[in-house]
Each structure stands twice: as structure tokens, then as C-alpha cells.
Design a protein. Structure first.
Length: 80
């Protein structure tokens, strides 16, 4: 999956980070799209999450874990 700059499909981490990702991301879309996003990036979910959730959490480091296997299944049966 893409990491621009983070992946928006899976989060594992400290309670505070996961709690904000799970409960506050949709509430922040309007403010971000109206006042903070660069042109053309308002609906780019990875950029949005990085700017509104993860960058606001102190001491949270975004890291990749090569031991996790995560595949996405599409409605047409494609897996990637």
C-alpha cells in the first residue's frame, strides 16, 4: 500500500493515537479541507490523516513493520 506519508488503511499503536484515528478523523475533514489543505490535496486521505491526527500527537513515531501482511480484497474479487 501507499505510504504518502502514511497508510490510511491500518493503524496499530498507542491508545491515544488509535483513539483519535478512530473517532476524530471524520470530524476534522471540513476544517482541514476549508482552511488547511493545499490545493488538490483536501481529499487525499493519507495526507489528511498525517496533517490532522498523527502530526498533532506528541511522541508518536510512524514506522513500518515488515512482519505484517495486509492484503485488500476488492468487490470484483481482485486481491492486492
Amino acid at each position: 500500500f501507499a505510504n504518502y506519508p502514511i497508510n490510511d488503511r491500518l493503524i496499530i499503536g498507542p491508545y491515544e493515537a488509535v483513539q483519535q484515528w478512530a473517532t476524530q478523523r471524520f470530524a476534522r475533514i471540513d476544517q482541514y479541507a476549508t482552511h488547511e489543505a493545499l490545493p488538490g490535496t483536501a481529499m487525499h486521505s493519507e495526507t489528511f490523516l498525517n496533517a490532522t491526527i498523527l502530526s498533532k500527537l506528541p511522541n508518536v513515531v510512524v514506522a513500518q513493520d515488515p512482519t505484517i501482511c495486509f492484503l485488500r480484497a476488492r468487490a470484483d474479487g481482485a486481491i492486492w
